[in-house]
Design a protein. Structure first.
Length: 644
């Protein structure tokens, strides 16, 4: 570290150097000393200082204090003893008259009492700059004063005006103390600078733009983000903010002492949201701070936070590459779905149970421009009306009994900027149909128990295995909602219309299951393949996978025979026992059924509707449907085949 010492006169250099060396012997830090002789304050304007701390005396100190901002400036003080020594020397040399004393306020402080200690009458005058010193000396001359004591500048000017002069010299003890104070000032300045740098780093890396002003509205601090947002220079400190950005209400905050919160103003061709708060010391407002961000950035940040928060549980995993099959019906459907992926319009997916409606919905999402946003899915048939409403729209704390503390966001909010998949859309109540229609029309939702409107940007893909157009004509589904959902329409082909895709998928399922269990599969016979192709597959791909699971259990990797497959198709009952069980249960069930329920299509369409209703009610779970109808699974299969 270096100390730059401004010498008030050349003879002082030896005293300063000697005192510095003596002090360094006791100091644990390594310091350097630089001495500069500068006479007069007028020549200090363009001074360059290389030291870490500066020591100066009198008017030179006061001038340097004003112009040096990057280094601390310490005063070499003139003590009362220094003044008394100079006054006594002046009296001894020039007689008993009054003696003038020109100095700074700090220098002349307390000199009124010197006359009580020594037999000298001092006439004091305060002056900092050379012009002031000259004017004060002229007044003293007019008062009859002929001898003057003072600093270097004052004695030079006094001598030019004809005064007898004695220069006030600083003693060794004053130099010693000045060196100690300079080192202490350096360390304090270093700590303050480090705190300021740390504070500036924190401010520069905060996401808010920040500007602080003093009580006069002059800029104290502006961080990097504020400069970027407003277009102001980072070096605009000291300028009045009201002249640069009059739309920022900091001046009003200074005048009223009241904060301005969530205020929208236009700055640099963009809307910004800002908060302005006063800085107060006690009851006095000493400044104000504005923190702000562009409105668009706030919105995007909220979307990003919401997306990251919900992404873990709301991700579409499937793509079109996961849809296997080579049938023309499937390829045409995939091509149409890929075209739909380019749009943001709502999609209605129709397909029998098990045809892969959610698989297509996920694939459409992952091929769309919303692919990096949430994919949220919900089955509308498994929730009550109230529960479905709270799940879709969310709720606020206290909206109902057992409501979660702090409330909960709904699936529409969770799917913001992404896709919401509504499965079994035909099962929602008329009231929920109305609520859903409003969301699709207005693109905004309201949480249960709240009155605040929340805008949402969601693409809806709805799915059903029912004919919504027919339901609308029958008054069971709102026609206006149907048209909102049916902007784009996708019909998935059932498995029975996909030809050899049945065999392809079955082999893929079995291979996957066997590999999972570490078993090598030896394939299947042509007869078994033909048996697969002859099945109605009312449960479609889901049913096909279940049969593959059964086959894997009892074949253990050996070549699959037709007989094995038929056992799996009947639920796992072997040989004659299967036939006996089938005949017995069929006979009992049919004997117990009314004639109208065993009739064939044409004369017995009531039975057709009953079977279809039972299958839909049980989501094509054949065991539950058969139990509901009071017949065996075999009879149900036979009648399904008869009714095609």
């Amino acid at each position: 570290m270096k100390i730059t010492f401004f010498l008030p006169y050349m003879e002082m250099k030896d005293v300063v150097s000697q005192t510095f060396v003596e002090q360094q012997k006791q100091d644990t830090e390594a310091w350097q000393l630089e001495t500069i002789l500068k006479l007069g304050t007028q020549i200090l304007g363009d001074i360059s200082v290389s030291g870490d701390v500066v020591i100066a005396r009198g008017a030179t100190y006061r001038k340097l204090k004003k112009i040096l901002h990057h280094v601390p400036v310490t005063e070499l003080k003139i003590s009362g003893y220094d003044i008394m020594r100079a006054a006594l020397a002046c009296k001894k040399e020039y007689g008993d008259g009054r003696i003038g004393f020109i100095g700074t306020q700090e220098m002349i402080y307390g000199t009124q009492n010197i006359s009580q200690l020594i037999p000298v009458e001092l006439v004091t005058a305060e002056a900092d700059e050379e012009k002031e010193i000259h004017a004060q000396l002229v007044r003293m001359r007019d008062q009859g004063i002929r001898a003057v004591i003072g600093g270097v500048t004052a004695t030079i000017i006094a001598r030019q005006l004809g005064f007898s002069v004695v220069r006030i010299s600083s003693g060794k003890e004053a130099v010693y103390q000045a060196l100690v104070e300079a080192k202490r000032a350096y360390h304090l300045s270093l700590q303050e600078r480090r705190r300021a740098e740390l504070f500036q780093v924190i401010l520069n890396y905060t996401s808010d733009g920040m500007i602080a002003v003093d009580r006069n509205g002059e800029i104290l601090m502006i961080n990097r983000e504020a400069a970027n947002i407003t277009g102001l220079s980072p070096q605009c400190g000291g300028q009045r903010l009201v002249s640069l950005l009059p739309q920022l209400p900091l001046q009003m905050v200074l005048e009223t002492g009241q904060p301005v919160l969530n205020h929208i103003v236009r700055v640099n061709d963009q809307d910004i949201n800002l908060n302005c708060v006063p800085m107060q010391a006690g009851e006095q407002t000493i400044g104000a701070v504005a923190a702000f961000q562009p409105v668009l950035k706030v919105q995007n940040l909220g979307n990003e936070i919401r997306r990251k928060k919900n992404k873990k549980g709301h991700v579409a995993k499937a793509t079109f590459a996961d849809i296997f099959g080579d049938s023309p019906a499937l390829k045409d459907t995939i091509h149409l779905a890929q075209q739909y992926s380019k749009s943001d319009a709502n999609v209605l997916v129709n397909g029998e149970t098990g045809t892969g409606k959610e698989l297509f919905a996920q694939s459409i999402h992952n091929a769309s421009r919303r692919r990096n946003e949430p994919f949220v899915a919900i089955n509308c048939a498994v929730l009550s009306e109230n529960l479905l409403e709270s799940e879709l729209f969310g709720y606020v704390e206290g909206a109902f009994t057992d409501a979660r503390k702090g409330g909960k966001i709904g699936l529409f909010e969770a799917a913001h900027n992404g896709t919401l998949f509504l499965d079994e859309i035909a099962e929602i109540s008329p009231r929920m149909q109305g609520l859903l229609l409003r969301v699709l029309q207005e693109h905004e939702i309201m949480r249960v128990g709240d009155d605040q409107i929340i805008p949402v940007n969601v693409r809806v893909i709805a799915a059903t295995n029912r004919d919504l157009a027919q339901m609308s004509r029958a008054g069971l589904f709102r026609l206006d909602l149907y048209y909102r959902l049916n902007t784009l329409h996708l019909v998935l082909p059932p498995l029975r219309e996909r030809g050899t895709d049945v065999v392809t998928l079955f082999k893929r399922f079995l291979t996957t299951i066997y590999n999972r269990n570490g078993i090598i599969w030896n394939g299947m016979t042509a007869q078994a393949e033909q048996c697969l192709l002859q099945q109605p597959w009312a449960g479609n791909i889901r049913e096909l996978y279940n049969v593959a699971e059964r086959v894997a259990v009892f074949t253990e990797g050996r070549e699959l025979q037709e007989s094995d497959l038929r056992v799996a198709l009947t639920g796992g009952v072997y040989g004659n026992a299967a036939k006996a069980v089938s005949v017995e249960t069929d006979t009992k069930a049919e004997a117990a059924m009314p004639e109208s329920e065993t009739a064939l299509p044409g004369s017995g369409m009531d039975e057709y509707e009953r079977i279809r209703a039972a299958l839909e009610k049980t989501h094509y779970h054949y065991g539950k449907a058969a139990e509901l109808l009071g017949m065996s699974r075999t009879t149900l299969w036979r009648k399904m085949k008869q009714f095609k």
